[in-house]
Design a protein around this ligand. Structure first.
Ligand code: PMP
Length: 426
């Protein structure tokens, strides 16, 4: 029953009030603290529908997982069919074998896979494996790359200094990481000349999508690969975002560089919570002998593996990659043109599958140069875009799905134009 206080309030406001009573910040992931407080009723294809009757063209895609669009029929049906016969067994089952075979074959270079629930866990499993295999402790990582929310990977830059991003985070857990600017091979070579014998792994997003959708410079990935070989270091590509989005073989395939281990998530399972660590047999089988522990009650559940089999099969049988790229290109050009029409220095760069929108014209190759753009100005615009029916992230990364077609393109550009008209006349 509605109480007096909530009379006249929208359904979203009412739900938000209730959420705040029982859920810190009203959200279950801190990433969403900065997002819209419009509550979603349902989602289909490339569209979100709110409890208050609004619709949104979705370019956030649940932070990436909905690469096949929302509620892709074949995946949802496969999951519900499979789950009718049991959800979790505490034993092995055929779907997990098929999912493992399918992903390894799609990725191409990987012999073996372990599934987990989240990208965060897959990354931790990769670190453990690398440390066990090399007998070394330290890991090289890069400024602006995101690898999950745990104590040893969560970083923030405050006043030019990198450190823990959260109160309560054990700062000492960051001590085993060497933080370098990305895309600078000389920096990596110098760090290895100093500490090479202590480095177990180098981890990176092979294309830095989380911060700015920045591509690797020509030769950078190849150079890091060579250095890792020289020093006996495990190269880990964190493909949680790029995996299955840029193609079946992810960024490794796009840039032609094979890591020793790679993490996947998001686009691997049509929206369902699944991540994976893949790699060569020699490394991965350290889990199999029991020398290295990797566990999880919900790993390779029926839901997870049915979702992987259905999603990856769909990506193989009916590859959406050209469609996605076409939509992305037209959208990027359209946004750029509309921005120019308002005399705004709008900057739209990246790949059509995942691109970045901001203000400014700096040449951006890493986190430091990204800061030369006016990111705060875009964040402000993003609020207006949401108000005009475009579901986008404040940090400027736009994702395109297989469900985005001409209708969505027309709607997106019309809404973007209206949003800019309103935003520039404030
Ligand atoms: N690695 C990368 C590159 C990511 O983008 C993310 C999540 N955005 C993660 C790891 C962590 O994944 P999850 O949120 O599933 O734990």
């Amino acid at each position: 029953m509605e109480n007096e206080e909530s009379q006249g309030a929208s359904r979203s406001e009412e739900l938000c009030r209730r959420a705040l009573n029982r859920t810190p910040g009203g959200v279950h992931s801190n990433v969403r603290l900065a997002g819209s407080r419009e509550f979603i009723r349902s989602a289909r294809g490339a569209w979100l529908y709110s409890v208050d009757g609004r619709d949104y063209v979705d370019y956030l895609l649940g932070q990436g997982p909905n690469f096949l669009g929302h509620a892709p029929g074949q995946v949802v049906e496969a999951v519900s069919d499979a789950c009718r016969n049991g959800v979790i067994f505490g034993g092995q089952h055929e779907l997990e074998v098929r999912a493992a075979e399918l992903v390894c074959e799609a990725v191409g270079w990987a012999d073996m896979i372990r599934f987990s629930m989240t990208g965060t866990e897959a990354v931790q499993a990769a670190f453990r494996l690398a440390r066990a295999a090399t007998g070394r402790t330290k890991v090289i990582r890069f400024e602006g790359h995101y690898h999950g929310w745990l104590d040893n990977v969560l970083l923030a830059n405050r006043d030019g200094r990198w450190g823990p991003a959260s109160n309560g985070q054990l700062a000492a857990h960051l001590d085993d990481f060497v933080l370098l600017p990305w895309n600078d091979l000389d920096e990596v070579a110098a760090a290895l000349a100093r500490d090479g014998e202590e480095i177990a792994a180098v981890v990176m997003e092979p294309i830095m999508i989380n911060a700015g959708v920045i591509e690797p410079k020509p030769g950078f990935l190849q150079g890091v690969r060579r250095l890792c070989d020289d020093y006996g270091i495990v190269l880990i590509f964190d493909e949680v975002i790029s995996g299955f989005r840029l193609g079946l073989d992810g960024a490794a395939g796009r840039y032609g560089v094979t890591p020793d281990l790679a993490t996947y998530g998001k686009a691997i399972a049509g929206g369902f919570p699944v991540a994976a660590l893949v790699g060569g047999e020699e490394l991965m089988d350290l889990f199999g002998t029991g020398e290295v522990n990797h566990s999880g009650t919900f790993n390779s559940s029926v839901m997870a593996t049915a979702a992987v089999v259905a999603s990856v099969s769909s990506l193989i049988d009916d590859p959406p990659y050209e469609r996605v790229a076409q939509h992305g290109k037209e959208l990027m050009n359209g946004l750029q043109d509309i921005g120019a029409g308002y005399g705004l220095p709008l900057r739209v760069v990246g790949l059509p599958q995942a691109f970045h929108v901001s203000f400014g014209d700096a040449e951006v190759t890493d986190y430091r140069t990204l800061q030369q753009l006016d990111l705060a100005r875009y964040e402000d615009l993003a609020g207006t875009l949401i108000d005009h029916g475009l579901w986008v992230a404040g940090r400027g990364v736009w994702y395109v799905s297989a469900a985005h077609g001409q209708k969505e393109l027309d709607a997106a550009l019309t809404r973007f134009d209206k949003a800019l008209a309103s935003w520039t006349s404030r």
